[in-house]
Ligand binder design. Structure first.
Ligand SMILES: Nc1ncnc2c1ncn2[C@@H]1O[C@H](COP(=O)(O)OP(=O)(O)OP(=O)(O)O)[C@@H](O)[C@H]1O
Length: 748
């Protein structure tokens, strides 16, 4: 940033412009010198005057470019520039012909007349009073957008935030932001609190102003929601807010009180302690609790015995269900609500298949879904039914402000009589609320999952809260079936979850341990296994079959470093393989990549046959794909996400990572033929039992742990279950308190 320069000139031509991000490539005419200028400059048009501050950078292929950090724009002043500006289509309703007529008539005053005395436009043939008004209005709207971008740009806030604010508040955006810059932190615009705080400080908004405290409290609650909490104890929230905002405790308490009166925040009291909840989480957990309580009540008397149909199902399938499996099937048929839980190999899928089959025999329309694409695919493979992701089932609806809404809700229910959700441990409170809103109260619901897996990425602990409430029908399968006992992956997973140390010396089955106590050696071994040993010995594909997992992103055994090594070995640079660089990674054609954030707007296309395509929107956190093309000029990357083809621009690449190695958290809900897990070094708090259990249960055929035996034992001993503050369990218990409807929690 030391060599910042300022250029002034007129926009000669626009080479590329992204409507979503505001990223532009344009030619700027600076005293008849044409300079390539790149950066986020929003809806800039040909003919405009620009003042850009930035630096010259050298591009391997395109030569010298000027990279913009800050830009200011002013409207063109000369007749020629005004004509070019209007002819470019900047103001809708004016094309090249009308632009010429206007400038011929009004010369340098054209824009002034359009803005301030539009009735004079009627002096031109064909412009009615109505059209003149419309043109003037259009000009003012466009001008307001430009003014907003320039205003934000003064604080070095990127145009992409301006575009989101503009979409949200339109013409009034600038005014709203000037009086309260913290509105930029709302969901959908998503500027960080500290950046909005910097704008406020420069705009002389006092540190103890109500708008700052409100935004600060929301920020603390949202940050904690990102860690999984749907609520926070009032005392901790106040303490954190006092130190973070450096504001008097009384003021903080008063703002929280006011916010609860406005219903932006809610209090929830449990075990004599007061908690504070953001409105969306309060409403989600409250709704879930009420709906489940109703479902429980509806099936209060349904104690029908389905033994005969279960006998028949056994006969048809040549299988004898265990007593506990029969109980689960009977509950699913009679009660209409069931949580089916248990570790690997305990018979969940077998039980589920019987439930689905019997539902269908009863003429019920059954739908099955899972939270991620990979989990849905696995479920389809195991059950033979077409399982969808929850997002696809509910169908994402686009709303202003980028908030998530679904086409299926209480006004447009899903046409199903029974819904099965697998990998329920990954479903957060808001998503489960959306599911319940989209099904009728009489729709049967079976939730399948393993509550010992890591909890959902989003806030809430739904599966565990429902189980721990003790008031809903839950069947826990504990016995490991004989076939599954053959697998050391399965047996060791159960030992891990029970806190038993495992035998790492065994070498003859599917579970291997390779000790490496030096980072370089550890990386070398991971590379060697992926690149040569496993492909040679077992014909596993390094990209499709093998997945490297690590508890952490950081450090030599973390995913960032491992990805760089693996990329270098598995997909090195080569002539004809174009690439694009981001601050963390270089992305190259052929790379295995992963989306790291839910993005409901990314468009994709799927080729069904050569000339038939299906299209849709949404690439989600954890989706893994392969880069099939890189456009170096536009800095776009085309990715094949298991058949869905999506094009990413520069900004979207921020949410993309190399995926030769991924964190255990990101692997939730997926299974891979071979998992190589690194367990060495790193922060103690990332090395705990449930994380190891989740990693081990991702492997279908082979698991190889590379690292330190001491660290593996430490993980098994560290039973710090991540504490989550949530309200659902208590809400449910309160609602059914004293109601003895005979729900069963079977734990055999
Ligand atoms: N009643 C039964 N009698 C005999 N074998 C059974 C029975 N139930 C399940 N099995 C077998 O036990 C093994 C594990 O069952 P299943 O795949 O249903 O478990 P799961 O809990 O879904 O496991 P995972 O979570 O690992 O997929 C399978 O081989 C299955 O065929």
């Amino acid at each position: 940033m030391e060599d910042l320069k300022t250029l002034k000139g007129e926009v000669d031509s626009i080479i590329f412009k992204s409507e979503d991000t505001g990223f532009c490539v344009l030619m700027l005419n600076c005293d008849n010198d044409l300079i390539t200028v790149v950066g986020e400059m929003g809806d800039v048009e040909e003919g405009e005057d620009l003042v850009v501050t930035g630096e010259f950078t050298s591009h391997q292929k395109f030569g010298e470019q000027f990279k913009v950090h800050i830009f200011e724009r002013s409207l063109p002043t000369t007749s020629a520039a005004i004509q070019r500006y209007l002819a470019s289509g900047a103001i809708s309703g004016i094309g090249p012909v009308l632009a010429k007529k206007l400038v011929n008539k009004f010369g340098d005053d054209t824009l002034d007349i359009i803005e301030n005395t539009p009735d004079r436009l009627t002096e031109i043939d064909g412009i009615t009073v109505k059209k003149a008004e419309k043109i003037s209005q259009e000009f003012k709207t466009t001008f307001a957008a430009r003014s907003l971008m320039s205003y934000l740009n003064k604080f070095e806030i990127e145009t992409s935030y301006g575009i989101k604010a503009w979409k949200r508040w339109g013409n009034t955006a600038e005014q709203i932001i000037k009086s309260n810059p913290y509105v930029l932190c709302i969901q959908g615009v998503d500027l960080s609190f500290s950046r909005a705080d910097a704008v406020a400080a420069k705009s002389d908004i006092p540190a103890d102003s109500e708008c700052r405290i409100k935004a600060g409290i929301t920020y603390i609650l949202r940050q904690n929601a990102d860690q999984g909490h749907t609520c926070l104890p009032l005392d901790s929230l106040v303490k954190t807010a006092v130190s973070y905002l450096d504001v008097d405790e009384k003021l903080i308490k008063k703002v929280i009180e006011d916010e609860t009166e406005e219903e932006n925040l809610y209090y929830y009291d449990k075990h004599g302690r007061r908690f504070v909840m953001l409105a969306d989480f309060y409403k989600a957990e409250d709704y879930i609790a009420r709906r489940l309580a109703i479902m429980r009540q509806i099936s209060y008397d349904n104690k029908i015995d389905f033994s005969e149909v279960i006998d028949l199902e056994e006969e048809n399938n040549g299988i004898q269900y265990e007593k506990i499996q029969r109980e689960a099937i009977n509950l699913a048929l009679s009660k209409g609500f069931l949580v089916l839980t248990g570790g690997p190999g305990t018979g969940k899928t077998t039980t589920l298949n019987a439930i689905i089959s019997l539902y269908q025999q009863q003429g019920l329309n059954v739908m099955i879904c899972a939270p991620t694409g990979r989990a849905a695919k696995r479920l389809s493979d195991l059950t033979g039914f077409d399982a969808k992701t929850i997002h696809r089932l509910l169908e994402v609806k686009h709303t202003s402000g980028d908030t998530l809404a679904f086409i299926h809700d209480e006004n447009n229910l899903l046409d199903c009589d029974a819904l099965i959700i697998d990998e329920m441990s990954m479903v957060d409170s808001c998503l489960f609320e959306a599911v319940l809103r989209a099904i009728s109260v009489t729709c049967k619901l079976v939730l399948v999952g393993d509550s010992d897996q890591l909890p959902s990425v989003g806030a809430g602990n739904v599966l565990k809260d429902i189980i721990d409430s003790g008031v809903m029908s839950v069947v826990t399968l504990k016995e490991i079936f004989r076939q599954a006992q053959e697998s050391e992956i399965v047996m060791n997973a159960h030992k891990i979850v029970n806190g038993e140390h495992i035998d790492l010396a065994s070498k003859d089955k599917d579970f291997f341990f390779m000790q490496r106590l030096e980072y370089g050696e550890l990386q070398d071994l991971v590379v060697e296994l992926c690149k040569t040993r496993l492909p040679k010995a077992y014909d596993y594909s390094p990209i499709d079959d093998i997945q490297v997992l690590s508890p952490t992103r950081k450090g030599p055994a973390g995913t960032v470093e491992l990805n760089k090594r693996l990329q270098q070995e598995l997909n090195p640079p080569a002539a004809g393989k174009s690439e694009v660089k981001t601050p963390v990674y270089t992305f190259r054609k052929g790379d295995k990549v992963m989306q790291t954030k839910n993005d409901y707007e990314i468009l994709w296309k799927k080729y069904i046959t050569e000339d038939k395509t299906e299209s849709g929107a949404g690439i989600f956190n954890g989706d893994i794909g392969i880069i099939i093309a890189v456009n170096k000029i536009l800095k776009t990357v085309t990715i094949d996400f298991e058949g869905r083809i999506a094009v990413y621009d520069k900004q979207m690449l921020d949410n993309l990572e190399l995926a030769y190695a991924i964190t255990v958290h990101k692997s939730q809900g997926s299974e891979f033929d071979v998992v190589i897990l690194t367990v060495f070094g790193g922060f103690d708090k990332l090395y705990y039992r449930n994380l190891l259990y989740t990693a081990v249960t991702r492997a279908k055929r082979m698991l190889i742990i590379v690292g330190s035996k001491k660290r593996v034992d430490f993980m098994i001993d560290n039973n710090k279950r991540t504490l989550r503050y949530t309200a659902l369990k208590n809400m449910l218990m309160e609602l059914v308190e004293g109601d003895d409807s005979g729900q069963q929690t079977l734990d055999i």
